[in-house]
Design a protein around this ligand. Sequence first.
Ligand code: SF4
Length: 726
Amino acid sequence: MSKVVAESVIRGAYDIFRQASDFLDKAVKEKGPEQKIGFPETAFYLPMANALLGVKIEKLKEILPLLEHAKSLLPKMPSDKVWLPYLGDALNAGMSALFCEEIIMALRYLYSEEPQKDCNGFFTDTIMRSLGIQLVDGRMPGFAAILGAAPDNKTAVQIIRELQERNILAFVGASAGGRSIIDQLLEENVQMGWDNYIVPYGRDTLSTIYPLNWAIRSALTFGGIKPGQAQKCLLYTKERVFAFGLVLGKLDDIKYATGAGAINMGFPIIADTDIPEIKPSGITTYEALVKELDHKKIVPRCIEVRGVKVRVSSIPVPVPYAAAFEGERVRKEQLYVEFGGKGGVSFEYLHTKNLNEVEDGKVELFGPDIDALKPGKKSMPLAIIVEVAGRKAQKDFEPVLERQIHRFMNYAMGIMHVGQREMNWIRISTDAYSKGFRLKHIGVILHAMLHQEYSAIVDKIQVKLYTQEEDVEKLLKEAQKTYDERDERLSGMTDEKVDTFYSCLLCQSFAPDHVCIITPERLGLCGAYSWLDARASFEITPTGPNQPILKGSVLDERLGQWKSVNDFMHNKSNKAIERVSMYSLMQDPQSSCGCFECIIAIIPEANGVMLVHRDYVGMTPCGMNFTTLAGSVGGGVQTPGFLGVGKLYAVSKKFILAEGGLKRLVWMPKELKEILGDKLKKRCQAIGEPGLLDKIADEDVATNSEELLAYLKKAGHPALGMELLI
Ligand code: SF4
């Protein structure tokens, strides 16, 4: 390692240590040693310190030992006379820098100095969980932490667009020469936020700790690694979190020190300036510190150095197209035309036809295109009819394929798609229109993407678009009949009626021992995979993550245990799990990986359970908020009494059947009640408890067990009279 680099790293680490030490002194003097400290919505305290050292810092006085440890990692400055291998010292200094940066950020939160203007600040555990699926299914193949500023705004946008096109999540921040990439993107009106894969963290280098302490939490959340297992955590981030640092502009000592910390985690640094490189690999998969002076080549160079596996979709439309644009919104002021919503009738419908009835790639428009929009008008009717054919195509696949229309259309920059069926709402921006986007491009997208992702079951695809109101109304009636039939088919499916369940092993890329078992009456805990989806996925990729499990002989009907399911589980969980109950919370419950939509948790005082979804940030009657609760459930382990589940499991007939089913549910957030709406009411009626929904408490009436118990008694909740849970 270059002596120049080592000196900078160590000097920077000393500087950061001094800043942390001074700030802590001030805080202790002003607020007292007992003052509480921490980041918002995390179960991992100061996450870097918690993951690597196992410490749980909650008060100012508890920071002191951490600071001492950071100090002990600081090496002497390299001597001018003696040659030494500097790498180990520099890496220790980098680690010290990360601990001290985390201390400084926590102190800034104490003084309400974070998050900075237009920045996200600390990344919550909830965000990490909700992105889980995109991480494991490859939609989001990697992360870039960008520090500094590009030489000009145009280059900043070009780099960001290149990352977006590859679906790489970009954390943007820090500064160089008094400019931050955050402001460059703001000045160019680039939409930022999680949905756009561009997340501003802060304008100084110290705040780069946010993406880093987010990354280290994935080892605890998904990897099942215990706090304090430093080596395992660092190996996990190196092997499973495909992150890299991209430094734009001149490097200073603080950036070198922070970069050395990131290298400890296996994240290489790529700079656009003439720096000494660190070529040997080991700590990182390939080179640790490299330069690339050509901004046109810098993104591909980053991808190569980190070994990110990227899938680029090249779709012949006049706007950029990638999953990174999925969450982009088309606001009123950017709107050229809309369909559905308040803009009139609109629907989408995909159905199968015979092979000889479909001409592959044919896109037809019946009625005027969006060019014909009269001045002052902003809406049109629209029917999108997709007709597919294939030797392996089945009617059961139709809803699965139809649901992809939402995703595929949203990947186009400047196109917004919300909802499904006759509840869809589509917007096209003025920018997309002026780039040449027309209705036929919707057909082009759907044709290309259905082929790209579903070629195993679909051989031919044609798309028809209708914009005359009478055509749309007439065709909608026909589609409606099929929608109803599909609902009937899905709702009629039970675990008893099928002989095969499906596994999902997707999350093993993050939680190596976790296996989801998906049945008709219990969907995957992320909420993204139903039994039909898993079956379709198996047909499409027979060697993929969704494998069939023949049910065979039942071991315990009440618990929902089958011998072959247990055997499969034991085998695929790396022998970590021997038995799994599909219908029980208390005995051999399914493991939870980390990206669950909801958690079921026992409340012994109420002889019942609560259900909380990840968007609910308040306190729950079990004494923990979602974040804290989630911290003790994930990682691919079984935790009796606690269970990660998909939202819709709450309205399944098999909802914790072994414990008495829905009658055990005593608390859930109001918003979740609304989301489950009619389905939940119907289930209450079906179990002979039509008034149950009102008897289930929410945050308006109870946020602790005393309030909950008082409410349940007053409401006469059936759980109080049921057999004791424990
Ligand atoms: S079904 Fe289970 S394993 Fe599959 S992606 Fe969802 S949470 Fe992960």
